[in-house]
Design a protein around this ligand. Structure first.
Ligand code: ATP
Ligand code: MG
Length: 381
């Protein structure tokens, strides 16, 4: 089996591999780039594995004229910028000791050891510089069947690193076979280890959940998380019942994790979203039950959030998608409130503020149709 891709044949990438090889070391592509290339989906980042120590990788890459950033030297990773693209080069490792969050590692010169410490068989696939796939654990059949399976004993691997629970659901959402359930052994082990999620930082939980919810169809994974008692750990009070209807209503529109998260409800506290992200998700939630029109939503929140609200209302069968709604949302997003403070002179101070607010409400209620003259003429009763 062989992979190819512009990222693989890129001259700078090839020059990096050639430099490491010329120094007498092995270097192989690994993880997402190999997996995605085999599945024919775009490759987002390039990870490489080598038997050379991190200092050696740095020396070789710098001598070959590449910029090197010591991004994760304590877990054996250096980032080599080749052709303007970061290449994460990690020394073969085995985990010596783990406490569920942090591993004490030892470098290794054995590919098999490096493969054994990886999370899923589909993520333990390697390829050499010309694209020949190297499969030390027999992960290829799992990948081709789109089966997310833990490397080794699922329970043991989860106890080493509880983030793997969330990665299990995330990779199923992106790469699993939609016609089959999740791997039964893996799912049972996730349920059994669910309490360990507590040990993870909110940043890591949030980052995983965003990636999971950005999958084309995260609903089967999220339902399985709910059944396994994991959803309540990451999103207390969250309920997956309207997620599948939402994905159906989306009808292939670009996924937005904010929209999917909003439809789940629940407490966002364990996700540590940024302020702006929290504002967005809250705005979507707050408008689901409001009666605001597509244009008013577009004006108040922008086209994306407005679309999110309308799609969720349709999924919850609160309101069907209104005829011609995308154009209405765009009309609202492009609209400007026709009045300025100067138009209301001599009003000033709090009186002016109140008046502007009132007239804006009136304008929104007219579905953004009243013009300046009509607003100024409108009476207060
Ligand atoms: P993507 O980058 O597309 O999300 P990926 O598979 O490249 O997917 P990364 O998080 O970049 O995922 O990790 C690269 C590789 O490192 C994985 O494919 C896997 O082999 C290994 N890996 C990452 N995180 C873990 C983990 N928590 N436990 C075990 N192995 C891991
Ligand atoms: Mg990656």
């Amino acid at each position: 089996m062989k992979i190819t891709g512009a990222w693989l044949t890129d001259p700078a990438t090839q020059a990096l591999c050639a430099a490491v090889t010329a120094a007498g070391h092995r270097i192989l592509f690994v993880g997402g780039c190999v997996r995605n290339a085999l599945l024919g989906v775009p490759v987002s980042d390039i990870d490489l594995a080598t038997d050379a120590r991190p200092e050696t990788v740095s020396d070789i890459a710098e001598s070959a004229g590449f910029r090197v950033v010591p991004t994760g030297i304590d877990h054996g990773t250096v980032t080599v910028i080749a052709g303007g693209v970061p290449h994460e080069v990690t020394t073969f490792r085995r985990d010596v000791e783990t406490d569920g969050r942090r591993a004490v590692i030892a470098y290794s010169t054995e590919l098999a050891e490096d493969a054994a410490r990886r999370d899923f068989t589909m993520n333990a696939l390697y390829a050499d510089a010309v694209g020949n796939v190297v499969d030390p654990l027999g992960g290829l059949p799992d990948l081709l069947a789109r089966r997310v399976r833990f490397v080794g004993d699922a329970g043991t691997r989860i106890a080493e690193d509880y983030l793997r629970i969330l990665r299990f659901f995330r990779f199923h959402a992106h790469f699993g076979n939609p016609d089959e359930g999740l791997d039964a052994e893996g799912l049972a082990a996730c349920a059994a280890g669910s309490a360990g999620i507590e040990t993870l930082s909110a940043e890591r939980i949030g980052a995983e959940m965003k990636k999971l919810l950005a999958a084309p169809d995260p609903a089967p994974s999220v339902c399985a998380m709910a059944q396994a008692g994991i959803l309540l750990q990451v999103l207390p009070g969250g309920d997956p019942q309207f997620l599948a209807p939402l994905v159906h209503v989306e009808a292939g529109r670009p996924p937005r994790w904010q929209r999917r998260l909003a439809v789940l409800g629940g407490d966002l506290i364990r996700l540590r979203l940024s302020k702006a992200e929290t504002v967005t998700v809250s705005a979507i939630r707050d408008e689901i039950g409001s009666l605001r029109s597509p244009a008013a939503l577009g004006f108040l929140h922008g086209a994306e959030v407005a679309a999110d609200v309308l799609l969720i209302r349709a999924a919850m069968q609160l309101a069907p998608l209104p005829e011609g709604w995308p154009a209405e949302v765009d009309r609202g997003a492009a609209a400007r409130f026709p009045l300025r403070a100067a138009d209301l002179a001599p009003l000033a101070g709090p009186d002016l503020g109140r008046r502007l607010k009132l007239l804006e409400q009136r304008w929104l209620a007219s579905d953004l149709r009243l013009d300046k003259a009509a607003l100024l003429q409108s009476s207060d009763d």
